[in-house]
Each structure stands twice: as C-alpha cells, then as structure tokens.
Write a protein that binds this ligand. Structure first.
Ligand SMILES: [Fe+2]
Length: 127
C-alpha cells in the first residue's frame, strides 16, 4: 500500500522517476531523491476530503480548486521541521509542466523565454 492508496500508484511513480532520472544521467544520489519524491508526491491528498478523492465522474470547478491544493498540502504535512528538502520540492512541483503552468503553484516560478516552445514532456496528470 502506498502513502495515498492501495493501488501502488506511488510506487509506480517512484519507479518511473528513477527510470527517467537514469535516462537524464542523474547520479545515484539524485535518483534516490526523485525516488523518494515519487513515493511522497501525493501525500497532500491526506488533506483532501474523501468525498472528492472517491468521487466517480468529473470533479466540479470548486472540487478541482480543492484538489489542486494537494501539492502545497503535501509541503505543509512534510514541512513540520521547517526544513525544505529536495524531495519536498518534488512534492510541491509534481504537477508542473516543463513548458508552462499546470497548477496554481506554477505562476510563482518565472518562465524562461528560451524554454517556450520546447518539447512537451509527459507529466503526472492523474493527480
Ligand atoms: Fe498529484
């Protein structure tokens, strides 16, 4: 059972993070960071109402607003010590796109004009 579900999603995300990290030439230490981030990426869903998590069918606009807070809730959950780790940054930004905003946190990060138009990389879209 993963941190946020019994379906192994967290483990699969972690394994995919490591596979991508290897392809990008990350060191073993960097691969460990992305592995841990993958395991913890949705920990913020612990703060999302179960009625939203379990809802069958599309979420309403207000439910999506709540759902989109889970990366920041994850930081709140993990940040009790006041120390920010690289793994926590992975949790915070796990819905960000390489080429543009995906969630409400994206607007905080300045975009480089040279990155516009870059190829789109697959992102974690299942929340
Ligand atoms: Fe997520």
């Amino acid at each position: 059972m993963g941190l946020t579900g019994p379906d192994g999603h967290d483990r699969r995300v972690s394994e995919l993070c490591v596979m991508i990290g290897r392809e990008l030439g990350m060191s073993p230490a960097q691969q460990l960071v992305v592995s841990r981030s993958g395991l913890m990426h949705d920990v913020g869903k612990l703060g999302i109402p179960q009625s939203i998590l379990d809802k069958r069918g599309p979420l309403t606009e207000s439910e999506w607003r709540v759902m989109k807070t889970h990366p920041e809730l994850g930081i709140a959950i993990l940040g009790g010590t006041g120390r920010i780790t690289r793994e926590m940054l992975g949790v915070l930004y796990h819905h960000e796109r390489m080429d543009g905003p995906a969630t409400r946190t994206a607007w905080r990060r300045p975009r480089s004009p040279s990155k516009r138009g870059s190829s789109r990389l697959p992102t974690h879209t299942t929340c």
